[in-house]
Design a protein around this ligand. Structure first.
Ligand code: SF4
Length: 266
């Protein structure tokens, strides 16, 4: 499927929860966030159905996001149900890595192809401060478990303040080179201010070539991260909501005052 700007839309990012086991300073405010009610969060059946329909109209690449997707109860069986959908050529998941040592092997067995792990520093104290309490040892163990399980490639999402020349980013780059990992550098963004740049070594933020749609954990189809437009798949029907989203996809991102990163999956 193509949008009004002749961009081929074949990538779907699916947020399966707005919950997370970390509280990263650039994602969640210190005072916490209002979480969706459990009854509003998509069931596994709804998620699988939405992806089925999306694939039938042209989606070939699917990424599972959150919040933190690995905190969703039964996540491995959901991955299993999605992995058997014919037409998915590229199936990935983005995680903060804390639960990855536990789940990596099962995710690979369930049919996941590849994984992105968030890591902004190699310094344990800085990590604890950025994530408001996270233990970096789990992330390192998770990366090793993902490689051992055959998830490939394993990419590292490193958030930078202004530039990938910052010391922490340089250290993450070195770490990736030494450990056969692919580093991507994501400049801090602000939804409300409409501040974003193109991901270094990635495609996010590249509006001219944007190929993506998003599904939020409560079933909204969103044509753009930096825009407030959304279509309720539960009300409109999945196919109609996807068509509306593609039909209303903006030429480029502007601002999004409705969401936070934790409920739209970045
Ligand atoms: S800001 Fe919107 S149009 Fe631009 S790359 Fe992101 S999702 Fe695509």
């Amino acid at each position: 499927m193509y949008d009004r700007f002749n961009r081929r839309i074949n990538y779907l990012r699916v947020s399966v929860t707005d919950r997370c086991n970390l509280r990263c300073t650039y994602c969640m405010p210190a005072e916490g966030v209002k979480l969706m009610e459990h009854k509003d969060i998509l069931s596994f059946e709804e998620i699988v159905e939405m992806i089925h329909v999306a694939v039938s109209v042209g989606i070939t690449k699917v990424r599972i996001t959150g919040g933190e997707p690995l905190v969703r109860k039964g996540i491995v069986s959901l991955i299993e149900k999605i992995a058997v959908i014919e037409g998915i050529e590229d199936f990935g998941l983005t995680t903060n890595g804390i639960l990855l040592p536990v789940f990596a092997a099962d995710l690979a067995r369930a049919g996941l192809h590849r994984i992105n792990v968030s890591l902004d520093t190699l310094d344990a104290e800085k990590f604890r401060s950025i994530t408001r309490g996270g233990d970096i040892a789990h992330v390192f163990a998770g990366i090793e478990a993902a490689k051992a399980a055959g998830l490939s490639p394993v990419k590292i999402n490193c958030v930078v303040r202004n530039s990938s020349d910052e010391p922490d980013a340089q250290a993450v780059r070195e770490f990736c080179l030494k450990n056969d990992l692919e580093a991507r550098f994501i400049h801090e963004m602000s939804l409300a201010d409409g501040r974003f740049t193109i991901v270094e070594n990635g495609h996010g933020g590249d509006c001219v070539n944007c190929n993506r749609l998003r599904i939020t954990a409560n079933g909204m189809i969103r044509p753009c991260l930096f825009n407030d437009v959304q279509f309720n798949a539960r009300v409109l029907g999945i196919r109609a909501a996807i068509e509306q989203a593609v039909g209303h996809k903006p030429e480029r991102g502007s601002v999004n005052v409705k969401d936070c990163f934790h409920n739209i999956g970045g």
